[in-house]
Structure formats: structure tokens, C-alpha cells
Design a protein around this ligand. Structure first.
Ligand code: NAD
Length: 499
């Protein structure tokens, strides 16, 4: 791979022309691994025009033939799974086994997109009036764009473009400038699978590229995944410019541990959900709510030695449980939250700040940390940390715990660990969050269901992938037709009703 990356536009590698570049670093060493071009507004506009031309032909391809491209794409993705996962790991820092799982979850969205003909079948009603039939059909929107975060370099782009493209749209993907390589490779593989040039374009960039996508009239819809302030900005700017927008934001996912829960199962779940991928997951559990001090003491007692013995290493260490944080700036931010928690009076049970890995002293490695007796007024409770830091809140009863989840600004995912079916049912029904787990710590819906949060974790009306994805990337047309066959009723001046 060359040291300087490119854009992928109209089926070609296109060198950046803006003269602006970003650094893509190796999180384990802190070294700059490659440079990524940051597109100018003009480069983005050119890509939109190329996509618009490609989209016309692509929309005319039958859904079944678009699905066949997706079948071939799926096979290629499986063939290249290891390569894609290592690109994701090298730029993000997560372990290879974790990255492989996330690429697989992306492939599952492609599998869903293989069934697009079924999803686009539409609805038909015969005889809505005498001799009158109605057909409702979905049409692609045109050129749509996706703007993605650093934490899932392959999976989050694949939440979006396979569904959008299978629906007959062309796509402009603006990946995170911290992890651009996977997206470029995905575009090459989709074309190898038979997608015409210009149907999937990857434009690398920063705010300049995003702002152009948000304002250019050639973009019909925007899918965004990232932090809440940017999600809100993308939603407001995109919709003000007449676009359909789904903007998924940050999270603070609570896991309630009831007194009757299997504590060992809850502890294992918390270890994976809080510290997997160094906590850089929007569905990471960052708050454990213990019901009663007995549960709180048991959780702290069992978690402490496990967190202290977490295996932390570079992406290609097969024994590592987690890797470094994505950038130095993010490392400093997460460390700053631990400092803030101490200053606010939370009990720091395990302190990851002193962790250093021999041979990787300049890497962004932070050990796992646990805070006990965190209270809702603390900054570490209110804000998303997005690192390997677990806060334990002690609540007297279930109702208090439920209110905590419901009063929080974010509502992405949440979970309850219990053996009590009544409590679980009450929780799933009353909790204000988009994705809910019962004895499942990270309840990420499978590809044929849809992913999305509530409250300030999602701006817009549609969740991603599954049936919601198809609705988002299509517009509905209802055709009402009469084949008179001799029926003559003369001019009607009143509102027609069913006869
Ligand atoms: P981010 O908001 O910094 O960046 C996301 C995208 O927005 C990137 O492509 C970036 O280039 C662009 N961007 C950044 N600043 C911008 C600006 N000022 N104007 C226009 N565009 C801008 O997010 P991140 O740090 O890459 O990712 C981490 C965040 O993403 C976390 O908050 C995490 O919870 C969230 N996330 C959410 C989900 C979800 O499904 N809800 C999934 C994954 C990640």
C-alpha cells in the first residue's frame, strides 16, 4: 500500500487535489502510517456528478440483477475477510479477532441486501373501487451519502451502502479520516462483484467534504454515524437543505444487574461489553447499575481482579483482550475523564492510567478502569467517555435504576440481567432506549432487524439496515388505476369514496 491514499471515484483511484492531507496513525506505536487526502468542495461535487450519471443506469437494472451483484460481493467479502479485518485493526487498533467479528456483521447486511427483490415487491390492492386497483412501489432516491465514524471501519459503512445500492441508489461514502483504508477496499471489491463504476464512490475528507454533502442539491439523503454534537449538526444542516437524514450519535449504555441475576454471567458480560474494543463501541456498556449493595460489592469484588489482569496488546497479538485507543488525542480525552472522576469523588477501584506496554511506549495504550459509587451528577456519568472505563452506580431498587436509564440524555442500548421474567418484561416495555438486551449485554440487532437508538442517540426517523434501511433509501409511489371495461360514471365533483 502506498504511503498516500486516494479517493475512489467513478471506478478509479483518484489522487487528492486539494493539497490538504490528514495523518492515519498506527495506534500501537503512534507513528504516522499513511496520509489521507482531504477533499475540497469541488472534488466532492465532481464525485456527486459522476455518481448521478451512474445512478440512472443502475436504477434501471432489475432488482434481481442488483441482488446478484450483492451475492458476488458477499462471496468476495468472505474471501477477503482477513484482509479487511487487518486493515480495520491496523488503523483502529482493535484486536484482529474483534475486527473479524465486525466485518462478519457487515457481511450480514450484504446478505440482507441479497434479498432486495423481496423487500421491493410493493403492495397491490385489487378493486379499491369498482374496477380500480392500487399499486404501491418503492423507488430509489438518487445519490445518497454516508458519513462514518472511526470505531467500525468496515461494519458501519456496510450498515449503509449495501442496502442503499441494492435499492438502486448511487452512494458517496465519506469514511472517518482516521480509518479510511477499509472503505477504499470495499469499493474495489463491490466493482469486482459487478457494480458499475460510479455506483459506490469513496471521498476522503473532513468537515469540508461533509459540509459539501450536506448542502449540495445533488445529494438526496444522508446517513450519518458519529458523536452526538456532529449528528445533531448533520441532521439540522441536512434537513434544512431539503435532505432526508438519519444521524446516529453517542451513547451511555446502562446494564442493570438485579439481585436475582447470575452474577458470574453478569461479570463476564460486563468484561466483554465494557472493555472489548477498548470501550470504543457505541453499544459498549459504560454504566453498570447494581441493585443493592450486595450486588454492588459482588460486582466490584469479581470485576477488580479481571480488569487488573486484562491482556492489552497491539492488534496482531492473538492473546490480547483489547488494544490501544485510536489516537493520542482520544487517549488524552479518556484519561482526562478518569482524572475528572477522581476529582468528583468517585471511587477509583482500578486505575488504568499507569499502564504501559513494553516496546510500545508511544502507543495509545490505556489500562481498564473501574469507578464505583458513581452518581448521576458526575461528569463521568453524564458524558460519553468512549474508552475502557466502567462506572458502577448503586441503586436501592429497580424503579430507581429504570429512572436512571430513562432520565439519561442518551438512549442507544441498555440491558437488564435477571432471572425474573416480570422484571424483564417491565423493563423491555418501559425503558427509553432503542435497543434492549435481556441477559444480553450488547443487543446489536441482526442485519434483518434495524439498528438505532432513541433520544439524543439518533436524529431522524429511521433506524439503519433491515426494513428500516429499505424505507430510508426509497420513496413510495402509489398508483391508482382504472381500466374501465365499459364502466362510465360521468364527471364526479365530490371526493371519491370506495364504492
Ligand atoms: P465524530 O462525530 O468525530 O466523526 C464522525 C464523522 O463526522 C467522521 O466522518 C468525521 O470526519 C465527521 N466530522 C467530525 N467532525 C465534524 C465536523 N465538525 N463537521 C462535519 N463533520 C465532522 O465521531 P468519531 O469520533 O469518529 O466516532 C465516535 C463516536 O461515534 C462516538 O460518539 C460513538 O458513540 C459514535 N458512534 C455511534 C454509533 C451509533 O450507532 N449510534 C455507532 C458507532 C459510533
Amino acid at each position: 500500500m502506498s504511503d498516500t491514499l486516494h479517493h475512489h471515484i467513478g471506478g478509479k483511484k483518484v489522487a487528492g487535489a486539494s493539497g490538504r492531507f490528514g495523518d492515519v496513525t498506527n495506534p500501537a506505536t503512534g507513528e504516522v502510517a499513511r496520509k489521507v487526502p482531504l477533499a475540497s468542495a469541488e472534488e466532492v461535487r465532481e464525485a456527486i456528478q459522476i455518481a448521478a450519471k451512474a445512478q440512472k443506469g443502475w436504477a434501471a437494472v432489475t432488482p434481481q440483477n442488483r441482488a446478484r451483484v450483492m451475492y458476488r460481493f458477499k462471496a468476495l467479502l468472505e474471501e477477503h475477510l482477513e484482509e479487511l479485518a487487518s486493515l480495520a485493526s491496523q488503523e483502529h487498533g482493535k484486536t484482529l479477532s474483534d475486527a473479524k467479528g465486525s466485518v462478519q456483521r457487515g457481511i450480514e447486511v450484504v446478505e440482507f441486501a441479497c434479498g432486495i427483490a423481496q423487500m421491493l415487491k410493493g403492495e397491490f390492492s385489487e378493486n379499491v373501487g369498482t374496477g380500480v386497483d392500487t399499486i404501491s412501489t418503492r423507488y430509489p432516491l438518487g445519490v445518497v451519502a454516508g458519513i462514518t465514524p472511526f470505531n467500525f471501519p468496515a461494519m458501519v459503512p456496510m450498515w449503509m451502502f449495501p442496502v442503499a445500492i441494492a435499492c438502486g441508489n448511487a452512494f458517496i461514502l465519506k469514511p472517518s479520516e482516521k480509518v479510511p483504508s477499509c472503505s477504499l477496499r470495499l469499493a474495489e471489491l463491490l466493482e469486482e462483484a459487478g457494480a458499475p463504476a460510479g455506483v459506490l464512490n469513496v471521498v476522503n475528507g473532513d468537515k469540508v467534504a461533509v459540509d459539501t454533502l450536506l448542502t449540495d442539491p445533488g445529494i438526496a439523503a444522508i446517513s450519518f454515524v458519529g458523536s452526538t454534537p456532529i449528528a445533531e449538526y448533520v441532521y439540522q444542516t441536512g434537513t434544512a437543505n431539503g435532505k432526508r437524514v438519519q444521524a446516529l450519535g453517542g451513547a451511555k449504555n446502562h446494564m442493570i444487574v438485579m439481585p436475582d441475576a447470575d452474577i458470574d454471567q453478569a461479570v463476564d458480560a460486563l468484561m466483554g461489553a465494557a472493555f472489548g474494543s477498548a470501550g470504543e463501541r457505541c453499544m459498549a456498556v459504560s454504566v453498570a447499575v447494581a441493585i443493592g449493595d450486595k450486588v454492588g460489592d459482588a460486582l466490584v469484588g469479581k470485576l477488580k481482579p479481571k480488569v487488573e489482569s486484562l491482556k492489552i496488546g497491539p492488534w496482531n497479538d492473538p492473546d490480547a483482550d483489547m488494544g490501544p485507543l485510536v489516537t493520542r488525542a482520544h487517549y488524552e480525552k479518556v484519561k482526562g475523564y478518569i482524572d475528572a472522576g477522581v476529582a468528583e469523588g468517585a471511587e477509583l477501584v482500578v486505575d488504568g492510567r499507569g499502564f504501559s506496554l513494553q516496546g510500545y511506549e508511544d502507543g495509545n495504550f490505556l489500562g481498564g478502569s473501574i469507578f464505583d459509587r458513581v452518581t448521576p451528577d458526575m461528569k463521568i456519568y453524564k458524558e460519553e467517555i468512549f474508552g475502557p472505563v466502567l462506572s458502577i452506580v448503586r441503586a436501592d431498587d429497580y424503579e430507581t435504576a429504570l429512572n436512571l436509564v430513562n432520565d439519561h440524555e442518551f438512549g442507544n442500548g441498555t440491558a437488564i440481567f435477571t432471572r425474573d421474567g416480570d422484571a424483564a418484561r417491565d423493563f423491555t416495555s418501559r425503558v427509553q432506549a432503542g435497543m434492549v438486551g435481556v441477559n444480553v449485554p450488547i443487543p446489536v440487532p441482526v442485519a434483518f432487524h434495524s439498528f438505532g437508538g432513541w433520544k439524543r442517540s439518533l436524529f431522524g426517523d429511521h433506524h439503519m439496515h433491515g426494513a428500516e434501511g429499505v424505507r430510508f433509501y426509497t420513496k413510495l409511489k402509489a398508483v391508482t388505476q382504472r381500466w374501465p371495461g365499459g364502466i362510465r360514471q360521468g364527471a364526479e365533483f365530490v371526493m371519491p369514496v370506495l364504492k
